[in-house]
Design a protein around this ligand. Structure first.
Ligand SMILES: Cc1ncc(COP(=O)(O)O)c(C=O)c1O
Length: 434
């Protein structure tokens, strides 16, 4: 595959001189000489600087829900930016976006905008701490809530370093995270009912917030086991902790009302970004009025760009499309067909795989019988997964290089894209022996 990347390689060498690793996010670096650079993106396809075309299942790590460079979203952005891109004043369009968020998301009575998922979870955590007067945050191993220091613990460290599942060790996922913050975080394996019960009994009265992704959108889309989110809801209520549901990946993707609608679960606060703006920089957090109302009353929240017009206009257009057209239903149908087709290919090849997630955002783990948490996923055959991804990229289909990152679908993915992807994977599984 790497012969196809000669211009990418030259650009990477140039970029390396001015950007660490030659990229503006660690997640976009695949390695020396194998990191592709983008020329353009349209619909469900992307083209790299070498002119190679791919069916894109990365979708910018999930934000693209309608399609790349969608005409309707772009037209609304163009129309709105003619009247200014940013001002220190609130617009009616912003109010309309907030009304749409409140109308679509069952647990959101009030919300505020932010610019990224990282900001949204950071603000939600501040509000939860301020509301409860407590400081400890409980998060689950393998979940990612953005780059701030509060929850970048036990995210993608080797799971072997996490210690015994009965008494997990929180591991910072980067140098530079203050060690003292380790005193403010408790980590647990996802889907660990018994461990969660025990931890809440011991520390529930000290915990400001339990934060979780509904499924592990940053670890092979591992599903919550039946009753796990409900248990979190029950115990957080009992112990007076704020339940923050991080819907940065699931929001406006798995249902118009996100995981709250899908699982019929009502967290106290929820966080959004990604699909909210179909690729423009816009995010939000919101929830119960009683909690959100403390903002501005001794609780600080804001940001110069939180009402940036391109982001706000894109959110307005994206949410309007979701409200008016059966977009997520169509994605669901196509995603189901893709998942079923891939499952069949692996079955016929005698390769055990566990599928997880939703048709709009799914993963599969190879060579394991069950995957309920990152520790299980760690046992999967990541090398074979990667070998298949490389064979697929060679053939014009691009899922993410990292097996923890789900496959994302958008409205622009056509039936023909699904057919082509299945042909490519059938061929890849034949070509690459396990
Ligand atoms: C669940 C979740 N929360 C938060 C974030 C951080 O979002 P952003 O990259 O917009 O800062 C991400 C990013 O992938 C995410 O998946």
């Amino acid at each position: 595959m790497f012969e196809k990347f000669s211009k990418s390689r030259t650009l990477q060498q140039r970029a390396r001189k001015v950007m660490p690793l030659g990229v503006n996010s660690n997640f976009r670096y695949w390695g020396e000489g194998i990191t592709p650079y983008l020329a353009k993106a349209k619909g469900s396809h992307i083209w790299d600087v070498d002119g190679n075309e791919y069916i894109d299942y990365r979708l910018a790590f999930g934000p693209i829900i309608i399609g790349h460079a969608d005409e309707t979203v772009n037209a609304k952005v163009r129309e709105e930016i003619e009247y200014g891109t940013l001002a220190a004043m609130t617009t009616e369009l912003e109010v309309e976006v907030m009304e749409k968020i409140v109308a679509l998301c069952p647990a959101v009575e009030m919300a505020r905008l932010a610019c990224s998922g990282t900001e949204a979870t950071m603000h939600a955590i501040r509000v939860a701490r301020a509301y409860t007067g407590r400081e400890i945050i409980l998060k689950f191993e393998g979940n990612y809530h953005g780059f701030h220091d509060y929850t970048l613990w036990s995210t993608y460290a080797p799971a072997e370093s996490y210690g015994n599942a009965r008494s997990p060790i929180p591991i910072p996922s980067s140098s530079g995270i203050p060690r003292v913050l380790g005193e403010k975080i408790i980590t647990l394996p996802f889907n660990d009912f018994e461990g969660f019960e025990r931890t809440m009994k011991s520390y529930g009265h000290l915990i400001a917030a339990v934060i979780t992704e509904p499924c592990q959108g940053n670890c092979a889309a591992i599903d919550p086991q039946k009753g796990f989110l409900e248990l979190i809801r029950k115990r957080t209520e009992e112990y007076g902790c704020v339940f923050i549901l991080d819907e940065v990946k699931t929001g406006f993707r798995i249902a118009n009302g996100g995981a709250q609608e899908y699982y019929r679960i009502k967290p106290d606060l929820a966080t959004y970004a990604k699909a909210l703006g179909n690729g423009y920089p816009v995010a939000a957090f919101g929830g119960r009025k009683e909690i959100m109302s403390i903002i501005g009353h001794g609780v600080a929240q804001g940001g110069t760009y939180t009402n940036n017009k391109p982001g706000v206009a894109a959110a307005w257009a994206t949410l309007t499309l979701l409200q008016e057209q059966p977009i997520l239903k169509t994605i669901e149908q196509r995603g189901k067909r893709l998942m079923a087709g891939l499952k069949k290919i692996f079955e016929e090849a005698g390769i055990p795989v566990v599928f997880s997630g939703y048709p709009a955002m799914f993963s599969f783990s190879i060579g394991v019988e069950k995957v309920t948490c990152q520790r299980d996923w760690n046992e999967s055959d990541k090398d074979y997964y990667l070998a298949l991804v490389e064979a697929a990229i060679e053939r014009g289909v691009m899922p993410d290089h990292d097996p923890r990152e789900p496959w994302f679908l958008c409205y622009a993915h056509s039936e023909a894209d699904i057919d082509e992807t299945l042909n490519v994977y059938a061929d890849a599984v034949k070509a690459v022996k396990r």
